[in-house]
Design a protein around this ligand. Structure first.
Ligand SMILES: C[S@@+](CC[C@H](N)C(=O)[O-])C[C@H]1O[C@@H](n2cnc3c(N)ncnc32)[C@H](O)[C@@H]1O
Length: 248
C-alpha cells in the first residue's frame, strides 16, 4: 500500500478506535447509573421493611433484631441465605437432639447465621468451646463472635470444608450440624461437602441437616451412608424436616 494511503487507513482506524472508546465509556456510565439506581431502590426497599419491623416491635414491645439482620441479608443474597427468618426454637432443638453432648471432639456448625441452632446446642449441653462455626456472612460473623466468644469462628466458604478445617481440627469432629441451603447447590457439590465432612468426623458421627424441601437433600441410597429423618416440623416458617446421615 502506498504511504499516503497507509496514513489515511491508520487515521481512519484511529478515529474508529476513539469512537469505540467513547461508546464504551458511555455504556459503562449507563450501566453504572443503572446499578446505582438498582442499589438505591434495593436499599430503599430494605429500609422500608426495617421501618415496618421497628413499628411492629414498638407496638408489641419486642425486639426482632436477628430477624431484621436475617431479612436484610436475604434481600441482598436470597440464594445464599436460603431462608427469610432464622430457624424456630423447635427446629433448632430438633437439630441439637441428634448431637450427643457427652461425645468427644469438636462440634462443627455450617451456616450458623444468627445462631438459633448454636443456642440450642449450648442449651442441650454442648460446651461452647467445642463449637466450630463456619459462616461467610460478615454481619453474622460479628454477631456470633460477640455471642459465643469461646467458640472458634471460621469466616469462610463451608463448601471448602476440608481446606478450612483439616489443620484447625486437632481431633475428629463429634458431629457436623448444617443450616446451609444445600438444595440450592448442584448435587455434586452437596456430595463433596458430605464426603469432606465424613473425612473430618468420627465413624458413626452424625451429619445433621435441615431442609424445607420434601425430599432428602442428599440421595438416600449412598453406599456406606445410613439415613434417618425427623417428623416434619410444622412450627417453623416454612415447615422443615431434619435429616441425619452417618458413615460407619
Ligand atoms: C438458611 S440460613 C440458616 C441460618 C441458621 N442456621 C438458622 O437456622 O437460622 C443459611 C446460612 O448459611 C450461610 N451460608 C450460606 N452459604 C454458605 C457457605 N457457602 N459458607 C458458609 N456459610 C454459608 C448463610 O450466610 C446463612 O447464615
Amino acid at each position: 500500500m502506498p504511504v499516503p494511503a497507509l496514513q489515511k487507513f491508520e487515521q481512519r482506524i484511529g478515529r474508529q478506535l476513539r469512537l469505540l472508546e467513547l461508546r464504551k465509556t458511555m455504556i459503562e456510565r449507563k450501566i453504572g447509573r443503572q446499578i446505582r439506581l438498582f442499589e438505591q431502590k434495593r436499599d430503599g426497599f430494605g429500609k422500608k421493611i426495617e421501618q415496618q419491623i421497628r413499628q411492629f416491635e414498638r407496638k408489641r414491645g419486642i425486639r426482632l433484631d436477628d430477624e431484621v439482620r436475617f431479612l436484610r441479608s436475604w434481600i441482598e443474597r436470597p440464594l445464599t441465605i436460603g431462608a427469610v427468618t432464622p430457624s424456630s426454637k423447635m427446629l433448632a432443638r430438633t437439630m441439637a437432639r441428634y448431637v450427643d453432648p457427652d461425645s468427644d471432639g469438636p462440634v462443627v456448625e455450617l451456616g450458623p447465621g444468627t445462631g438459633p441452632i448454636t443456642e440450642a446446642l449450648v442449651e442441650a449441653g454442648v460446651d461452647p468451646s467445642r463449637l466450630v462455626l463456619v459462616e461467610f456472612n460478615p454481619v453474622f460473623c460479628r454477631l456470633l463472635r460477640a455471642r459465643y466468644p469461646d467458640a472458634t469462628l471460621v469466616q469462610g466458604d463451608a463448601y471448602s470444608l476440608r481446606r478450612l478445617l483439616e489443620t484447625l481440627l486437632l481431633e475428629p469432629a463429634a458431629a457436623v450440624v448444617s443450616g446451609l441451603p444445600l438444595v440450592t447447590k448442584p448435587i455434586k457439590m452437596r456430595l463433596r461437602l458430605i464426603r469432606d465432612a465424613f473425612e473430618l468426623m468420627l465413624p458413626g458421627a452424625p451429619f445433621v441437616q435441615f431442609t424445607y424441601s420434601v425430599a432428602s437433600p442428599l440421595p438416600k441410597r449412598i453406599a456406606g451412608f445410613s439415613v434417618e429423618s425427623s417428623e416434619r416440623i410444622w412450627m417453623n416458617l416454612p415447615p422443615a424436616r431434619v435429616w441425619v446421615y452417618r458413615k460407619n
